[in-house]
Design a protein around this ligand. Structure first.
Ligand SMILES: NC(=O)c1ccc[n+]([C@@H]2O[C@H](COP(=O)([O-])OP(=O)(O)OC[C@H]3O[C@@H](n4cnc5c(N)ncnc54)[C@H](OP(=O)(O)O)[C@@H]3O)[C@@H](O)[C@H]2O)c1
Length: 324
């Protein structure tokens, strides 16, 4: 099969498009013939050695795919060859085939196109898990989303609306804010043109935010950490800006709020049944039109470098996808 291979931690331009042996389905696994693979910011960190997980070389990046089951391993009673599925593979998705544990494979309805199905997994499922299990967000609460036109930010805007929140989208350009608005954001803040802390104070009527979905880190995190309301939940999602902030804990004490870590990949391992339940709910919301997958561009697999450079270069609205 053809695949994108990482042989050293280096810039994404060092990734190679190569011929590799096909994977085989071990006990409890299936092989999926990949029809589309979602591209995520952490894929770019992973191949540069900047992610918390450091796989052995050589490895194939790519954590989420949509495709068709072509082989079933021993002890997989409920899946069959020919079924159309989405799969969370953690690694190996940028390829024509990938082997995946059965607990992380779900059949999907025909209505969902391949690229949207692949892109529905990580970004949306992270936002869903964060707002549901980690923030327990309630209807009428205010939700601030930073990097709100990015993959997981835009998903948080949609899912926040689906869960009844008032959504404040924070982006770097008017074009990105327009996308956030089209996806349900109620209030828009351009944080390159405005002081974020002042703008959040005004947008929340001086009360501060109930929930913040913080994807950017650095100064953006600092501004959010000073804009929380009483009983608020500051969700630590990521550091797309490149700086992991340090946090003065007296802020949480004085304002009575919680800082809540979110690691969706670990959640799928620790709580596989809740993960499956969440995915069912997400697919129902998709079918009812309450959440949409905005695919900015779908590129051929061999152009994975271009897709990753676009994601890491802050150019994408929604998600990028690859097709073998
Ligand atoms: N915790 C978890 O389980 C989990 C799961 C998935 C992703 N993540 C993390 O969440 C973050 C966002 O992921 P994503 O897939 O949504 O990424 P994405 O699509 O690239 O979006 C990231 C957004 O961050 C903003 N940003 C600010 N400074 C940036 C910079 N220097 N370079 C790139 N983007 C910058 C951009 O919005 P503006 O231009 O509007 O500022 C961009 O749209 C990443 O840190 C990722 O690792 C965490």
């Amino acid at each position: 099969m053809k695949a994108i291979v990482c042989r050293e931690f280096a810039s994404v331009d060092k990734l190679a498009y190569e011929e590799l042996p096909d994977p085989v389905a071990k006990k409890g696994e299936v092989v999926v013939d990949v029809k589309a693979c979602g591209v995520n910011f952490p894929d770019g960190l992973l191949v540069q050695g900047l992610y918390q997980m450091k796989p052995d070389f050589p490895f194939i990046p790519g954590s989420e795919v949509a495709g068709v089951i072509s082989e079933i391993g021993e002890g997989v009673p409920h899946l069959k060859v020919g079924s159309r599925v989405i799969a969370l593979c953690m690694l190996g998705g940028y390829a024509e085939k990938v082997a995946v544990p059965m607990s992380h494979v779900m059949p999907i309805p025909d209505q969902i196109p391949d690229d949207e199905a692949a892109a529905l997994v990580t970004a949306h499922a992270t936002a869903h898990h964060a707002l549901k299990q980690r923030a327990n967000i309630q209807p009428g609460e205010t939700l601030v989303v930073t990097g709100a036109a990015g993959g997981t930010g835009l998903a948080a805007v949609q899912i926040g609306k689906a869960m009844g929140a008032k959504v404040i989208a924070v982006c770097s350009t008017q074009e990105k804010l327009d996308v956030a608005k089209q996806n349900g954001a109620d209030i828009l803040i351009n944080y390159t043109e405005n002081d974020l802390k002042t703008a959040l104070k005004e947008a929340t009527g001086g009360k501060g935010a109930d929930v913040v979905y913080e994807c950017v880190g650095g100064d953006t995190f600092h501004a959010c950490s000073r804009s929380m309301g009483w009983n608020g939940r500051l969700l630590v999602i990521g550091f797309a800006g490149g700086t992991i902030p340090e946090f003065p804990v007296n802020l949480a004490l004085v304002k009575g709020y919680s800082v809540v870590g979110v690691f969706w990949g670990s959640f799928t391992q620790h709580q596989p049944q809740e993960f499956q339940q969440n995915m069912k709910e997400l697919i129902e919301w998709y079918l009812k039109g309450q959440v949409k997958v905005i695919v900015d561009q779908t590129l051929p697999l061999k152009q994975a470098k271009d897709a990753l450079n676009k994601v890491m270069g802050r150019e994408v609205k929604g998600k990028m996808a690859l097709q073998p």
